[in-house]
Design a protein around this ligand. Sequence first.
Ligand SMILES: Nc1ncnc2c1ncn2[C@@H]1O[C@H](COP(=O)(O)OP(=O)(O)OP(=O)(O)O)[C@@H](O)[C@H]1O
Length: 253
Amino acid sequence: MAEQILDVRDISVARGDVPIVYDVTLGVQPEAVTVLLGANGAGKTTLLDGIAGLAKTTSGTIGLAGQAIAGLPTYRRAHAGLGYAEQARTVFRSLTVEQNLLVARTGNGDLGTAYRLFPELERRRALGAGHLSGGEQQMLVLARALLGEPKVLLIDEMSLGLAPVVVRRLMSAVRELTSLGIAVLLVEQFAHLALEIGSRAYVLRKGRVVFEGPCADLAGDDDLLKQYYFGTAEDPAEHDDTAEKVAAEGEAR
Ligand SMILES: Nc1ncnc2c1ncn2[C@@H]1O[C@H](COP(=O)(O)OP(=O)(O)OP(=O)(O)O)[C@@H](O)[C@H]1O
């Protein structure tokens, strides 16, 4: 496998004293999108929180561009180059779009780059961010993350509540992030769209990696995906709407 810019080895993550993620090994390659999939409750957010230092890792190592970061507080992981667009992350609604970007800028972060990626935001630069649509707010979240100049960006379910056409737009922006030199670890319920832009995929079930391989191996195969999400025989007690979402998304394509 190619060199990895984010090298997660055997990490276990707990919420309080409750173990949620077990012995996960995962690699993110430079300038590529790595996709992390799994049913609701599989532990995806917990894993990202563990990598970012927002949840307690009880074992394992995390390397970011060769630097060991597992023992560092969250802000130092950010300084080392780890960006995190958290699930349901919001913008400063009372500030304008441009003020939101200025507040997020570190070092040499260039607003021009953010506006080239999202011309929608440039057109609304003087507008209060609270007046943006849901999709535009998510663009602003990504643009703010970009201005933190991350080497690796963790993105957690940016499509929550958005229409598929908007999600497609966001996905193409995520792909462009990689051409700016940013590696992405993408958690996404719209699995097909994520697999279209990703190179490598991982599927998490009950806190463990049950699939690792090229996105192409999962793309277009709903049955295989469901099998990895739920196991060969789905346990009705664990049922959630993810399978329907995968199927509905397939039909909508
Ligand atoms: N703060 C917490 N304290 C205790 N348990 C938690 C906490 N947060 C999440 N959990 C539990 O951890 C498990 C994994 O949740 P997590 O949010 O990481 O999953 P996920 O794969 O991101 O799911 P979703 O797609 O619903 O966000 C779930 O069973 C959840 O109930």
